[in-house]
Ligand binder design. Structure first.
Ligand code: ADP
Length: 438
């Protein structure tokens, strides 16, 4: 500013000085003419630069700031610097905005920005997927016309958004959403949607599991409690009654024990590290042990056959495999009436090897087969409980086999019998060792 004033003042002084010189040499008229000429020149100079400035102001672009002379050069330089700073700021802001938009687009939660009339201003792809909206056509439309669930309308009308709303959709697929409205900017709202289908499923499984465990424990506890109350009411326990009730109480206690043991096994399997221990499992020994156990469970009521057609061993956890195969054997004995046959087999099948337990028992109707490995799923509750079943055996088998990357295959026909096969891939098979070798 000071430089600008200095330059203008110096110019005016030079003109005044020259005019005075001309006055002295040539006379007043010539001096005034010179002064007038200089003022006109000065005016033309400024008008020209004002025109340049106006032209630039009409299309202000940082690159096009005009070149000026004298004080105007300073004006234009200042303008150029400001325009450049502004353009850089704009670029920075655009970058930040773009980053925010990309973050919004990438969010797994749905985000919809609503204006003061609940019309859609912006929405991200997750919101499109969750609420079945259309990104091009639905912007500018009222959200209430697009999401038609009555409870959503009630939620919007209630104006109390402290708690999320749970919305259930059946079409096009089953889905549960948690909807949360967040008012902002005094008139606008942010509608957030989160897919909680999986979470709800886990919670339902958890609730069902707790209900099932409680139910399973309640019956034996009621039976034992009933007997104990009877004895408590007596001055002296009747020895005959004691003898009669004691085995029943013992049976119920064993039932609770098996249930707790199976629950602990399942929990151990679920909580153990993902990688299964890499022990070399001696299948010759394991088959022999399983056969002995089958004979012990059967007590001579069944024919037990053991067919060992593979000499291979397995990589995995001996304890877990013993528990899984033992469950299959115990089921075969429990669901095969007296006189039936239970066959344990270990055979090669191409690159794979299969451990199977076949029986000539009651079999399973086809519709139940896909659900057998669910916890507490039983074809016939009474029969399972009657023979000491907990409803957890096949869930344990499924877990153990999954940990060994093996598959459980079930083939069954009612009244003819069942075959449960555990199929192991080549990577789980180990060469057998001869006894005495390391
Ligand atoms: P449970 O303790 O009831 O036997 P499991 O999980 O071991 O529980 O088995 C689930 C259900 O599968 C059983 O209740 C039974 O109905 C059916 N099942 C299992 N193995 C056999 C089998 N070998 N023959 C017939 N039904 C079977």
């Amino acid at each position: 500013m000071r430089e600008f004033l200095q330059r203008t003042l110096i110019g005016a002084l030079v003109v005044a000085f020259l005019s005075l010189l001309v006055w002295g040499a040539l006379g007043a008229v010539e001096a005034l003419s010179l002064a007038l000429f200089c003022v006109l020149l000065w005016l033309a100079f400024h008008l020209y630069h004002i025109a340049l400035l106006l032209r630039w102001l009409r299309h202000p672009g940082s690159e096009r700031v005009p070149d000026g002379f004298g004080s105007w050069h300073m004006v234009f330089m200042t303008l150029y610097r400001q325009a450049r700073a502004q353009s850089q700021n704009k670029k920075k802001l655009t970058n930040v905005l773009e980053r925010f938009i990309s973050a919004g687009e990438a969010m797994p939660d749905g985000v919809v920005v609503l204006d003061e009339h609940d019309r859609i201003e912006w929405l991200n792809p997750s919101a499109v997927e969750h609420l079945g909206l259309n990104r091009k056509e639905d912007v500018g439309n009222q959200i209430l016309n697009l999401v038609r669930q009555p409870n959503f309308h009630a939620y919007m009308a209630a104006d109390n958004f402290s708690q999320p709303l749970i919305l259930r959709f059946v079409q096009p697929s089953e889905r549960v959403l948690a909807i949360q409205l967040v008012p902002f900017d005094s008139t606008r709202k942010l509608l957030l949607s989160r897919d909680i289908t999986q979470l709800e499923r886990v919670q339902t499984v958890h609730r069902d599991f707790v209900a099932n465990v409680s139910h399973e424990l309640r019956t034996p506890l009621t039976v034992i409690g009933g007997f104990l109350e009877t004895f408590a009411d007596m001055d002296e326990p009747d020895p005959a009654m004691l003898k009669q009730f004691m085995p029943m109480m013992l049976e119920q206690t064993r039932r609770m024990q098996s249930l707790v043991e199976d629950l602990l096994t399942l929990s151990r399997l679920e909580n153990s590290p993902k990688a299964v221990p890499n022990e070399k499992v001696n299948m010759d020994e394991l088959l022999a042990t399983l056969r002995t156990e089958a004979e012990g469970l059967s007590q001579g009521r069944h024919t037990i056959v053991c067919e060992q057609r593979s000499r291979r061993w397995l990589w995995g956890s001996e304890n877990e495999l013993h528990s899984a195969f033992g469950n299959l054997v115990s089921n075969a004995i429990r669901y095969t009436p007296e006189g039936g046959t239970v066959t344990l087999a270990w055979r090669d099948c191409g690159q794979k090897a299969v451990f199977s337990v076949s029986d000539t028992g009651i079999g399973i109707p086809r519709e139940h087969i896909p659900r057998l490995t669910e916890r507490f799923y039983r074809v016939d509750r009474g029969r399972s409980r009657g023979n000491g079943g907990t409803g957890l055996g096949l869930a344990i088998v499924k877990h153990v086999l999954a940990r060994h990357h093996a598959k459980l295959e079930i083939a069954s026909e009612p009244d003819k019998g069942s075959t449960f096969s555990a199929v192991f891939g080549a990577e789980r098979l180990a060469e057998a060792e001869r006894l005495g070798q390391p």
